[in-house]
Design a binder for this molecule. Structure first.
Ligand code: BG6
Length: 542
């Protein structure tokens, strides 16, 4: 391994290439077809195509691959390619796209119209198209199906992939009585892989998530299923495993003896944009907590896995969820707060309240902010509160995990500090600035004894001098490589829904009386501050 000196900061760091280790090889992406249902939708254009382009530019894609976009709209291949090109305008971090690069890239894109997602015959036609493209692109029959459609279509598409045999596990009978039967003789003997990527939301409650899991498992094996939680693809989130388990200094203090409490914040400045259709039926708890915040909670609280393998890590995360103390509805106001944004100022501009957003009901009870206090009932975390909060139209975009350590046991310096010393904190910043900051007390220089907080700051960009890839780049390449580590397992999703169900049902039954209760551009409702203040603590200002 080689040490390098960062020109910008003077910090010494191990070059990321060298540090990958001679013995460890990331699983290589396999040649593959990427068949995207919902090919002209927002996700494809905003995330998937730019991610593919960056992977392509970075020589990270396998030698052989292609995209088959599937959508209801009729259009020619060239029209589809033009839409894809436009989606790259302004989205590429590499600036304008050289013509020669685009000419090679565009040839990878094809389009298929599927007018009716229920129509089995259309899947037969689709299959013919895929077989022909597999041959011309020499992808060897490996296929990734990507569900980037509205979630209401997931079941239908999955069922049809099963009936048509496109799932790679033989054809399922298309009649209800023989629902789970597989025609054994049609099972392919070839060693090809077929995978399915499913976007969130995965269900809207525990019942629908379970039903979706059941439907998917009738057609695909769990090892074929890649349920996206894009937070897991973020660099700083992946780094949490490395921080905790590649360093010896943190583990001994990562427990109830040394940690006072933990805060997890995912604050957004954006409102709901044009997503009222989805968000009105969702709200902050479903949209951010069931998936992203619970994943962060698991990563910060889990035990060390026995091996750096997808299922060993996912097993440990499951154990965390199973140890979360059920939300006590008798003390709901002590542990759960909801909010909805009113009008306010964002970067000096006035913005409208949630209820006036296009498509939102004038008396909407949907929460755009939530804060929870959770406990994890195990040896490591007994008595340590985890405070979680997330909201839209807050003062600042920031996702961070703050580990607040216990106060010093004896205050030697009390005459020098009014109000006591601030506790040490370790802040793991996920975005917008990825980094880790440890704060501690130090003596101010000078002839007097006075003490103040200082921070030891590590930031990714300064240290590694490269922009972090978008989460979707990592997730796409991992799926091509057959690595499920950064994807949610089916049992985890169900457990996470299960945990939030009492609260979701309670909030549904008892609509909030005083929405909107926080102005846009603030840090959320006062009740969220009170929630933590009652315990003698305060939220860290991001
Ligand atoms: C999505 C939610 O999963 O995550 C959005 O549906 C939210 O409502 C987004 O804005 C936040 O993602 P990020 O990467 O911007 O933190």
């Amino acid at each position: 391994m080689q040490q390098k000196e960062s020109k910008k900061t003077g910090q010494t760091f191990i070059s990321p290439v060298d540090s990958s280790g001679e013995d460890y090889q990331d699983p290589a992406p396999q040649s593959s077809a990427l068949i995207i249902f919902g090919a002209t939708g927002d996700l494809t254009q905003r995330k998937l195509i730019p991610a593919l382009f960056h992977l392509f530019q970075g020589w990270l894609l396998p030698d052989r691959w292609y995209v088959l976009g599937v959508g209801r709209r009729e259009m020619t291949e060239e029209q589809f390619r033009e839409i894809m090109r436009k989606s790259l305008d302004g989205a590429s971090r590499m600036g304008s796209i050289p013509t020669a690069v685009w000419e090679t890239f565009r040839k990878k894109f094809h389009y298929a119209t599927l007018k009716n997602f229920e129509n089995t015959d259309e899947y037969a036609t689709l299959e013919k198209q895929i077989v022909a493209l597999d041959q011309s692109h020499k992808t060897g029959g490996n296929r990734i199906f990507y569900l980037a459609t509205p979630p209401g279509l997931y079941s239908t598409i999955v069922r049809q992939l099963g009936i048509s045999g496109l799932s790679g596990r033989g054809k399922r009978r298309n009649d209800e009585a023989k629902k789970t039967e597989i025609k054994k003789k049609t099972i392919s003997k070839k060693k090809t892989s077929v995978r399915l990527i499913v976007e969130k939301p995965f269900g809207t409650d525990v019942k629908t998530a379970r039903a979706l899991n059941t439907e998917m498992r009738e057609v695909f094996g769990e090892e074929q299923l890649y349920r996206i939680d894009h937070y897991l693809g973020k660099e700083a989130v992946q780094n949490m495993l490395f921080l905790r388990f590649a360093n010896a200094i943190f583990e001994p203090i990562w427990n109830r003896q040394f940690i006072d409490h933990i805060q997890i914040t995912a604050a957004e400045t954006l409102g709901i944009e044009n997503r009222a259709g989805y968000y009105e039926g969702s709200g902050a708890l479903r949209d951010m907590f069931q998936n992203h915040l619970m994943q962060l909670l698991c990563l910060v609280a889990m035990e060390a896995p026995t091996a750096f393998q997808a299922d060993r890590i996912r097993d440990e995360k499951m154990k965390v969820l199973r140890s979360v103390r059920p939300i006590d509805l008798n003390q709901i106001d002590q542990c759960a707060i909801r909010g909805q944004y009113g009008e306010g100022l964002m970067s000096g501009k006035s913005v409208k309240e949630y209820r006036k957003e296009p498509g939102v009901k004038a008396n909407s009870k949907t929460e755009t902010f939530a804060a929870l206090k959770l406990y994890i009932d195990n040896w490591r975390w007994q008595g340590v509160p985890f405070y979680l909060r997330s909201g839209k139209r807050l003062a600042k975009k920031s996702t961070e995990i703050v580990i607040v350590f216990k106060a010093v046991p004896h205050m030697l310096f009390s005459p020098m500090v009014s109000g006591g010393l601030e506790s040490n904190t370790l802040v793991l910043s996920v975005q917008p600035h990825e980094g880790i900051a440890l704060s501690f007390q130090a003596k101010y220089p000078g002839p007097k004894f006075s003490v103040g907080r200082v921070t030891m700051d590590f930031n990714y960009h300064g240290a590694f001098q490269s922009a972090s890839p978008d989460a979707y780049e990592r997730l796409l390449i991992d799926c091509m490589a057959g690595d499920q580590m950064l994807f949610s397992r089916g049992d985890w999703i169900e457990e996470s829904w299960q945990l939030l169900m009492p609260l979701l049902e309670h909030w549904q039954k008892t609509p909030a009386p005083c929405f909107p209760n926080y102005p846009s551009g603030s840090f959320g409702p006062k009740e969220a501050d009170d929630l933590i203040k009652r315990d003698g603590r305060a939220w860290r200002r991001p």
